[in-house]
Design a protein around this ligand. Structure first.
Ligand SMILES: C[S@@+](CC[C@H](N)C(=O)[O-])C[C@H]1O[C@@H](n2cnc3c(N)ncnc32)[C@H](O)[C@@H]1O
Length: 244
């Protein structure tokens, strides 16, 4: 009987040599290759963690990041290309920022952008943000930034929206007191949905506007990549700040 030989391919694991041949023939291998996985795991391994290791640092993030027990530790959920992530690290050198992303490309873009700007106070984590309680314990986090999360516009997909009653409860638990969540979206429908949940949440005060750029809250707002897309179309940006 013919012996099966196996080959290891990054991101695919061990495959039979025969199937490798079939994949190569259909150029599926080429299409599957994601250069950002390699960069994330090698080039930026000192400044980021993948999902297998990240939960091991629950309750110990400050220790792991060599911060004092009281050092401000902020969290950005869904950093995208990382413009705000890098801006925060540059403009607030006395705070540390952790970025949470699901996808490798934005993970790499975010950490690269921050490091290129000289950041020593920024770290990226690959994790599904829905399961935030697996990463952080009670009162481990300071301020939270959620900018333009995926709006999931179809009714049958509402369950995938990040903002849910239970999710706000979990964020409230992991945040210290006297901290905030800054939330922005370009979707009116998602904003209405979120406001309803914000008002039912444990957060003690909620400020909001249906047009951030023509409001008293514009202050030191930083325009994110997605925000710019909608500003270019003359569409309003919906904004809220929740205080714990
Ligand atoms: C629409 S983009 C917004 C990016 C950026 N915040 C901005 O304002 O330009 C949403 C980002 O959230 C990330 N994301 C979506 N669902 C996520 C999840 N469950 N956990 C972590 N990141 C997620 C996506 O990969 C994407 O980079």
């Amino acid at each position: 009987m013919e012996a099966f030989s196996t080959v290891f391919i990054p991101n695919k694991g061990v495959v039979l040599a025969g199937s490798l041949f079939r994949l190569a023939r259909t150029s599926e291998l080429k299409l599957d290759f994601n250069p950002f996985v390699d960069q994330f795991k090698n080039e930026f391994s000192k400044n980021s963690l993948d999902q297998e290791e990240a939960p091991l640092h629950k309750e110990k993030w400050r220790e792991f990041l060599k911060l004092t027990k009281s050092h401000p530790l902020d969290l950005e959920i869904g950093t995208g290309a990382g413009h705000h992530f890098a801006h925060h690290s540059q403009t607030q050198p006395n705070r540390f920022i952790l970025g949470l992303e699901a996808k490798y490309k934005p993970l790499v873009q975010s950490i690269r952008r921050a490091l290129d700007a000289g950041a020593q106070n920024a770290f990226m984590v690959r994790y599904n943000a829905y399961h935030i309680e697996e990463l952080f314990s009670e009162e481990e986090i300071d301020n939270v930034y959620i900018h333009h999360p995926d709006p999931w516009p179809k009714k049958k997909h509402f369950k995938h929206r990040l903002i849910q009653d239970g999710y706000l409860d979990r964020l409230w638990i992991i945040q210290k007191s006297d901290t905030f969540i800054e939330f922005k979206t370009d979707s009116r429908d998602y904003f209405d949905w979120s406001l309803e949940r914000f008002n039912n949440s444990k957060y003690k005060k909620i400020e909001h506007t249906f047009d951030l750029h023509n409001s008293e809250y514009i202050g030191d707002n930083f325009v994110t990549q997605f925000e710019q897309i909608f500003l270019n179309k003359n569409q309003p940006i919906y904004w809220a700040k929740l205080y714990k």
